[in-house]
Design a protein. Structure first.
Length: 132
């Protein structure tokens, strides 16, 4: 299953794709041409989840990319309630980097989203997978 998402209301469905594993064990998001103002909803959950790990890669990027992002959850997209992954900086372009999970708990009936706050270098794609 592939779901098209938008990182910008003006360019709906143009630069993000989310994949949801049919067994519910992972949630992944790929953003093409990320910019430092992207805020993208990853998913909504009706169940309590625990993040076991998070891995990020910047495939196809140049030799010195850097991207800073957070994973946030909350019952309303209007409020940044819980920073599950807080302001992580990544630059891995090949094998991926396991990032620090600051708060592994995602409450039931909440949205989970990615907020990109910094981009340097040429980054054609940003990918993150959360494992539960």
């Amino acid at each position: 299953n592939t779901l098209q998402l938008s990182s910008n209301a003006a360019t709906a469905y143009s630069n993000a794709v989310a994949y949801v594993d049919s067994r519910g064990q992972t949630k992944s998001l790929t953003v093409t041409s990320p910019v430092n103002t992207d805020i993208i909803t990853m998913f909504y959950t009706t169940k309590t989840l625990t993040i076991n790990s998070a891995i990020v890669v910047l495939p196809l990027a140049n030799t010195s990319p850097n991207l800073t992002f957070s994973i946030i959850s909350g019952s309303s997209r209007a409020t940044e309630s819980v920073f599950n992954v807080n302001s992580q900086s990544v630059s891995n372009i090949t094998t991926g980097s396991i990032v620090t999970v600051a708060n592994a708990s995602i409450a039931s009936n909440t949205f989970v989203w990615t907020k990109i706050t910094g981009v340097s270098g040429t980054i054609p794609e940003f990918h993150i997978t959360l494992k539960f």
